[in-house]
Design a protein around this ligand. Structure first.
Ligand SMILES: [Zn+2]
Length: 58
């Protein structure tokens, strides 16, 4: 089972698709925009969301 991300909002408590640990949001600022990466302390970045867009960034 994969951890699906809603296309219309943030998942309430994103978890690592591998180990189930709660992911820590890490804002990442780029020259174009700011996105939020959810990272597992063990497995690293699991997913990246664009809080100012309306779809996940992969
Ligand atoms: Zn993990």
């Amino acid at each position: 089972m994969s951890n699906e991300v809603d296309v219309d909002g943030f998942p309430p408590a994103p978890t690592c698709s591998t180990c189930g640990a709660v992911l820590e949001p890490e804002p990442i600022a780029s020259a174009i925009r700011v996105v939020v990466a959810y990272a597992c302390p063990v497995h690293g970045v699991d997913s990246v969301l664009d809080p100012f867009g309306d779809s996940p960034v992969t």
